[in-house]
Design a binder for this molecule. Structure first.
Ligand code: NDP
Ligand code: MG
Length: 384
């Protein structure tokens, strides 16, 4: 039986690589649903190539274009976020790959879990915003969440066969991004173009900026807490500029396991889609002799304040990580529009965390409310 996959965000970096994985493993997977936001041309091309049952374009005004182009094919075409929330629940979907960017991933992930669908989770923002709610719901519905993020996939791979052995701690590796070793004076004037040049990974714009600011690692710390049920003090970050050791787990006897390989998201995507079995693949192989030096260093939390802000939001709990995420999304978008500088992103997030009302045990409505409030606060702070 082929696994029938719904790819949310099929036109993005993760989405297109997931389609490459599926194309290379036609005996294992079939595309049931594709969704995109603004890239109608690519969505149409993907639909013609993969012949899914359904496509959804979330920007309503692009519906007519997509529908007209797919008229000759037996493919259903829908528009809007509500349609995404509906199609993830279809009987014909076995697994949902959440590869859209940002807060937009929250609602469809909830809908998919409510319908009992296995989740391959790329959209880390969902667990940052509402980790407690999502993991409680998944437990209640008996749904597994398989990590796609390379660090979390590494930890998950290290845990294979170890699920009954308690974790002492995990160590998330970070590349350090394009500004590793730089000071705040330098960061004061860095441009969008400089921040978009990641040394090791080719990713969407938002996560590339998050990587440059170390917010990505902060979001991943919170993501790891929920995925692996860890206490805050069990999560460490180490900078590893070569991005070969993807992360590590330390067990209670002191043994440290690492998962290694060249930086290539197709491997963790395929592992999540086909867990627990590995599929033969021709992903590029890592050779130690090409990397005679693998190095490790402390993250510079004085220069890159976002990492500390994320740890603080996790410690605070409640809706604080939701505020952190919303403020960061506003800050990154403003930086990409060249309206604020690189260092101003951390200031904005910090100010939002101080201003938005704290809720200790948020409901889903509270998260929706908090997200809106945090965005409003962030916008008004930028105007001030
Ligand atoms: P991209 O920006 O490349 O792609 C984002 C996808 O989401 C696109 O298909 C886009 O559609 C869609 N999208 C954008 N906005 C919305 C919206 N408001 N509603 C619905 N869909 C939307 O991002 P990435 O692929 O890089 O990242 C996706 C997720 O995976 C993020 O959460 C990221 O943190 C995570 N991730 C990514 C990694 C990577 O290597 N890229 C690694 C680990 C995690 P369109 O293009 O049509 O507008
Ligand atoms: Mg990652």
């Amino acid at each position: 039986m082929k696994k029938r996959v719904a790819i949310l965000g099929s036109t993005g970096s993760i989405g297109t690589q997931a389609l490459e994985v599926i194309q290379a493993q036609p005996q294992a997977f079939e595309v049931e649903v594709l969704t995109a936001h603004s890239n109608a041309d690519l969505l149409i091309a993907q639909a013609i190539a993969f012949q899914p049952n359904v496509v959804v374009i979330t920007k309503d005004e692009l519906y007519d274009q997509v529908r007209a182009a797919l008229e000759p094919y037996p493919i259903k075409v829908y528009a809007g976020m509500n349609a995404v929330n509906g199609v993830v629940q279809m009987d014909s979907v076995d697994m949902v790959l959440t590869a859209m960017v940002g807060y937009a991933g929250l609602q469809p992930t909830i809908k998919a879990i409510e319908a009992g669908k296995a989740i391959a989770l790329a959209n880390k923002e969902t667990l940052v915003v509402a980790g407690q709610l999502i993991t409680d719901l998944a437990r209640q519905k008996g749904v597994n969440i398989y990590p796609v993020d390379s660090e979390h996939s590494a930890i998950f791979q290290c845990l294979a066969g170890e699920f009954h052995n308690p974790i002492e701690k995990i160590i998330l590796t970070a590349s350090g991004g394009p500004f590793r070793g730089r000071d705040r004076a330098y960061l004061q004037t860095v441009t969008k173009a400089q921040a978009l040049k990641h040394p090791n990974w080719d990713m969407g714009a938002k996560i590339t900026i998050d990587s440059a600011s170390l917010m990505n690692k902060g979001l991943e710390v919170i993501e790891a807490k929920w995925l692996f049920g860890l206490r805050n003090d069990q999560i460490e970050v180490v900078v590893h500029p070569q991005s070969i050791v993807h992360s590590l787990v330390q067990f209670e006897d002191g043994s440290l396991k690492a998962q290694m390989g060249l930086p290539d998201m197709k491997l963790p995507i395929q592992y999540a889609l086909n867990y627990p079995n590995r599929l033969k693949a021709d992903f590029p192989r890592f050779n130690f002799l090409h990397y005679p030096q693998l190095t490790f260093e402390q993250p510079d939390v004085e220069t890159f304040q976002n990492l500390g802000l994320a740890f603080a939001a996790m410690e605070r709990g409640g809706n604080a990580p939701c505020v952190l995420n919303a403020a960061n999304e506003v800050a990154v978008a403003a930086f990409l529009r060249e309206e604020i500088g690189f260092l101003e992103m951390s200031d904005l997030i910090s100010d939002c965390l101080a201003k938005v009302a704290y809720i200790a045990k948020p409901s889903l409505e509270d998260y929706v409310q908090t997200d809106q409030e945090a965005r409003q606060v962030a916008f008004s702070l930028m105007q001030a």
